[in-house]
Design a binder for this molecule. Sequence first.
Ligand code: NAD
Length: 482
Amino acid sequence: MANITEAEIRKIVESIVRGTVSGNESAEKWTSTTYCGRTLVGVYADMNEAIEAADRGYRAVRAMSVEQREKIITEIRRLTVAEAAIMAEMGVAETGMGKVEHKRLKHILVAEKTPGTEDIVSEAKTGDNGLTLTEMAPFGVVGAITPSTNPSETVICNSIGMIAAGNGVVFNPHPNAICVSNYAVDLVNRASRAAGGPEVLVCSMVKPTLETANIMQTHPKIRLLVCTGGPGVVKAVLSSGKKAIGAGAGNPPVIVDDTADVVKAGKDIIDGCTFDNNLPCIAEKEVFAFRNIADKLIAEMQKNGAYLINKDQADQLAKIVLVEKTNKAGKTVKTVSRDCVGRDADVLLAKIGVKVSKDIRCVICETDFMHDFVQHELMMPILPIVRVDNIDQAIELAVKAEHGNRHTAHMHSKNVDHLSAFAKAVETTIFVKNAPSYAGIGFGGEGHTTFTIAGPTGEGITSARSFTRKRRCVMAESFRII
Ligand code: NAD
């Protein structure tokens, strides 16, 4: 299929927006693989068919040289950069969450910093008994569940890594982000075809549901499950009886002590917290500030687009952004309102009658430790600040607020002992020092990127090698050449 034109994209985005606004077009839109006359390749109505197609894709990749695989990945990178703005617009239009410009940057980050086939490295061991090779082999067909917060970013990032490792992939995308996720699936397949690969290399569902996820989780041809999402879905996948990689929820705390460059800390924290309206799971979610620098930190945050609300306003807003639901065990629990996740700060403030301009990027407030804003992963630009007396109290509270997710934590300090003590105590997969949170996924920080950070199962910042299984090949008594 030829590259999509600007006019086609306008039509797709407008149709998404119209569908979202009126709700009338949704049913037809979501039960078709055709969006405004454009047929997406690799999108199936039946999960079993999708798995069979992904299996054929896997067999085609297995038959290819690594060089050919890398050519497909190069083309995926090229198309992702070329169509980053399109997917950013689609993502915001479809989910109602996030910032177009930040989503564009996230796609470019994925295109440029997701490792390809170079990540697959064989090991050799030689000795008196000969040569043993350990190679990173594909699993086969990977079943991947993706979130609404970074939908197409995760589809493309997973595709690059999983294809580099030699796998086929079937996605069960988030029901609130079907269009943009399937657009990304189509992009990967267009890249495959353009680079001489199979027409269908990765697959997805016209209408992903919990039932289709269940078929995926139990299908014998799915050899690895990779789940990026909240605690419910990670638990479901880890209970499937298959090998699974779980990338779950976080609630990243930030400590700012009195040795920190407070001017920089104020800016970095607001930049990180507001990136894509706080949707990234690594983004700053609550601050523990030393009492003697807290006023200055708040003032610096205000200089960087933060709006300070008082305690009553914070309590009022908490009742809106968190809603009560009855869980499966019949218990009443608070969960974030989907109407508030990833929304702009001015939109959130308007809900409590505060009118501000679009220059306001973040809502900040002082709270105590037990406040809902501290305890819940909000995924919106609301940042509570808790004053602390010393490093011991800061670490104790920050570790508690992280809730044992062991996902991500941040600290602004020049005291090496404080930095080391918090890093040790919090045990997170990512620990960012003196920078905005996104430095932890290679945006302004060293290292590769991923949108699947696998804390619970230990793969960490996933890459191609995370999607492989190790195989050993032994040549006894020969091939040691020294
Ligand atoms: P979500 O948990 O609502 O949904 C994720 C996916 O799981 C969706 O496709 C959904 O349809 C599916 N799903 C939900 N319950 C399921 C079940 N029981 N069985 C099968 N599938 C099920 O996620 P979301 O709201 O889009 O994303 C936000 C959450 O994901 C946050 O908690 C965030 O921290 C986390 N997240 C983590 C990472 C990471 O790398 N660790 C990355 C992105 C998002």
